[in-house]
Ligand binder design. Structure first.
Ligand code: NAD
Ligand code: DAU
Length: 356
């Protein structure tokens, strides 16, 4: 495979995947298709855009099938890594339609465009092609019993509009594999953390609030559990699965790294205070318990044994190292954060690429 279409490459995880592919595979042409929603930020890729001649940005919507058809034909796409999505659970509670639109209908449009092109004479058939769909552990629902894990055969039981839309997209991807012989592969990953995450998500939001002495809104009792993986390790897993995963298979990705939210928040406070030169305990009083998220999933925990045993992947970073590195990155890149929180980057890209 040489011409790779990565959707959602201007977002958090997508930007790390684009960087890894552009740098590790200089003989690939990497096309980043992104609508630049509020979550898309080309600043995440400015190093790649200036250093990698094999990187190409295309502004567009995965729901626009005519545009997708042109992209497949013009660039002779033979591999897809699909990350574009609405990704925030709280937003899905406020506006479920946007999630059905992008995550479900957008994924169907992408599947259909791939199928049409690869089964055409110009596309050269399905052999050697790959449609890789990036999904989430949230499709499996919520765990309650300690010591239980999500495995690839766990029944789907999505609980939020976000996870329902991701589950639906997973089903469509498998249906295209089964019905039309599309060479698909899916991975379901746990919570990611690291540089460039949009500051509506727990970790970057709280780091920024600690920095500015603002309240840290802990949902409910803070006892919900998430399983955290460093974003570059997710990108490495995507590289592994894209190149060596078996057609039609699903792989769970996670680092066996569960944290109760409140414990994670205390680690973040302690680390950020130390890095900021504040005395110990300085920011403890910022913790503010607020109304719980509606339908808040209790616990996620991924068993990634299959990925480890079959393809040899394992995380490269211990959590203590990863979280310190991440906090340091946000503190050192205040301008990146300020551009987002002030809305300046949206104005800049609207001028460059037209209205969104
Ligand atoms: P993100 O919100 O940071 O980025 C999403 C990107 O998709 C943005 O650049 C946005 O502009 C783009 N996009 C949105 N709608 C689009 C459309 N209609 N057409 C083209 N581009 C569009 O998301 P993220 O956290 O990087 O997540 C990426 C993918 O990984 C998602 O599919 C998500 O479900 C999945 N995932 C995320 C996590 C996590 O912890 N963040 C964990 C597992 C799986
Ligand atoms: O598990 C993978 C999923 O992880 C991805 O599919 C999603 O795209 C990603 O957003 C993430 O979902 P979560 O809902 O787990 O992530 P979030 O950062 O929004 O919240 C993490 C936990 O922290 C969750 O239990 C809710 C809680 N929380 C979150 C916010 C934003 C708070 O207590 N306060 C907050 O302000």
């Amino acid at each position: 495979m040489r011409n790779i279409l990565i959707t959602g490459g201007a977002g958090f995880i997508g930007s790390h995947v684009v960087r890894l592919f552009c740098k590790n595979y200089p003989d690939y042409q990497v096309y980043n298709l992104d609508k630049l929603t509020y979550a898309g930020n080309l600043e995440n890729l400015k190093d790649v855009a200036s250093a990698c001649p094999n990187y190409h940005f295309i502004k567009g919507d995965i729901c626009d099938i005519d545009h997708l058809r042109r992209i497949f034909a013009d660039h002779r796409i033979d591999g897809v890594i699909h990350l574009a999505a609405e990704s925030h659970v709280d937003r899905s509670i406020k506006d479920p339609f946007a999630f059905a639109q992008t995550n479900v209908l957008g994924t169907i449009a992408l599947l259909q465009a791939a199928r049409e092109y690869w089964s055409s004479e110009a596309g050269g058939g399905m052999a050697g092609k790959r449609f890789y769909h990036i999904s989430t552990d949230e499709v499996y629902g919520s765990l309650h019993d300690p010591g239980t894990f999500f495995v690839e055969t766990t029944a789907y039981d999505p609980q939020s509009p976000y996870s329902a839309s991701k589950a639906s997209s997973d089903h469509f991807v498998r249906a295209f594999g089964n019905t039309y012989g599309l060479p698909i592969v899916i991975s379901n990953c746990s919570n990611n953390y690291g540089p460039n995450q949009f500051p509506e998500k727990l970790i970057p939001l709280f780091i920024n609030n600690i920095r500015h002495g603002k309240p840290l809104p802990v949902y409910g009792t803070g006892e919900n559990v998430r399983d955290w993986l460093y974003v570059v390790d997710h990108a490495r897993a995507i590289d592994t699965i894209f190149h060596r995963g078996r057609d039609g298979e699903t792989y769970n990705i996670g680092g066996f790294n569960e944290w109760r939210n409140i414990d994670l928040i205390k680690v973040m406070i302690r680390t950020a205070d130390r890095l900021l030169g504040n005395p110990e305990g300085h920011s403890d009083g910022l913790i503010t318990y607020v109304q719980d998220r509606a339908g808040h999933d209790k616990r996620y925990a991924i068993d990634s044994t299959k990925l480890h045993e079959e393809l040899g992947w394992e995380p490269s970073l211990q959590f203590e190292e990863g979280i310190e590195k991440t906090i340091r990155w946000y503190l050192d890149n205040q301008e990146w954060m300020d551009n987002i929180t002030s809305g300046a980057y949206e104005k800049y890209y609207a001028e460059m690429y037209g209205n969104r």
